[in-house]
Design a protein around this ligand. Structure first.
Ligand SMILES: Nc1ncnc2c1ncn2[C@@H]1O[C@H](COP(=O)(O)OP(=O)(O)O)[C@@H](O)[C@H]1O
Ligand SMILES: [Mg+2]
Length: 268
């Protein structure tokens, strides 16, 4: 779905992305992690053609982003910006979702049906003014308007930052549902717990260079690698690594509880 070949990107004389190559398969759920300023948002923008590589090539869904119009890529791609307020342009929730649908569907009746279905699925009140809603609700609205268009590729730049646990789970469950239906997801995230729970593979970016790309369970327990990128493993993983002796495979709280109970029973 996405193929980067020796991609570099510079602007105003600053190198932001340095010689990055990777491939993402259709249907994968990949997290992009790295410290602030590592180049994650820039890399995400290179994926939908908003930015073009200074050297190397980016192809998305088989299209070279330097050769096709960005609007061609936008037809099958949903992009969630780091700040949802940059994306909201209508005065009601219903109009916002309709606007997104109008970009991909012509039939007015179909647009109406899909819009009402989306409002229901995301528990949104169509009559509300987006700017009277909470940050979490606005994030949900932007995601709903993106998902209403059923994109094949979802690019999410920190979709859960600033949300409470319930809002975070709601957003992630929606993303997970469309991924299970076949959409490819690339998600920039700072939240290692979210990465661990939802992504099947992880890319680690540091200072514009790709340090690693592998299975989530391998990357999140690789402390030296994470340290190079100024990151920490999720807490349960860190605890499991430190305890060692049979606990090191625990990934979730449930795993850890099970291992501890087994250990206690063994000791009795
Ligand atoms: N348009 C720009 N002009 C100059 N510097 C930029 C521009 N966009 C990003 N940068 C710089 O590039 C680096 C990476 O930015 P960004 O991709 O936003 O990182 P991240 O999303 O990982 O925090 C930062 O140091 C940032 O200041
Ligand atoms: Mg960013």
């Amino acid at each position: 779905m996405i193929c980067f070949e020796n991609v570099s990107y510079s602007t105003s004389g600053i190198d932001i992305i340095n010689n990055v190559s990777f491939k993402l398969k259709k249907g994968c759920f990949t997290a992009l992690i790295g410290a602030n300023g590592a180049g994650k948002s820039t890399l995400a923008r290179l994926c939908n053609g908003l930015l073009k590589p200074t050297s190397g090539s980016v192809s998305v869904g088989g299209f070279d982003t330097a050769l096709v119009r960005t609007s061609r890529i936008a037809k099958f791609t949903g992009f969630l910006f780091q700040n949802p307020d940059r994306q909201i342009c209508k005065n009601s929730v219903r109009d916002e979702i309709r606007f997104s649908l109008e970009c991909v569907i012509e039939d007015k009746t179909e647009i109406g049906i899909r819009c009402e279905k989306t409002l229901q699925e995301f528990s949104l009140n169509g009559d509300r003014d987006p700017f009277s809603m909470s940050r979490g609700e606005r994030q949900r609205l932007v995601l709903a308007s993106i998902l209403a268009a059923e994109p094949e590729l979802l690019l999410l730049d920190e979709p859960t930052t600033g949300l409470d646990y319930r809002e975070c789970m709601h957003i992630m469950e929606c993303v997970s549902r469309v991924n299970k239906k076949g959409a490819t997801v690339l998600m920039v995230s700072h939240d290692m717990e979210v990465v661990q729970d939802f992504a099947s593979e992880v890319m680690v970016l540091n200072d514009g260079s790709l340090l690693a790309h592998g299975r989530t369970k391998d990357i999140i327990r690789n402390e030296p690698l994470l340290a190079r990128a100024s990151l920490l493993p999720p807490q349960i993983t860190e605890l499991a690594i430190r305890l060692g002796g049979g606990y090191e495979n625990a990934v979730t709280v449930d795993d850890m509880v099970l291992s501890v109970k087994k250990h206690i029973r063994g000791a009795e």
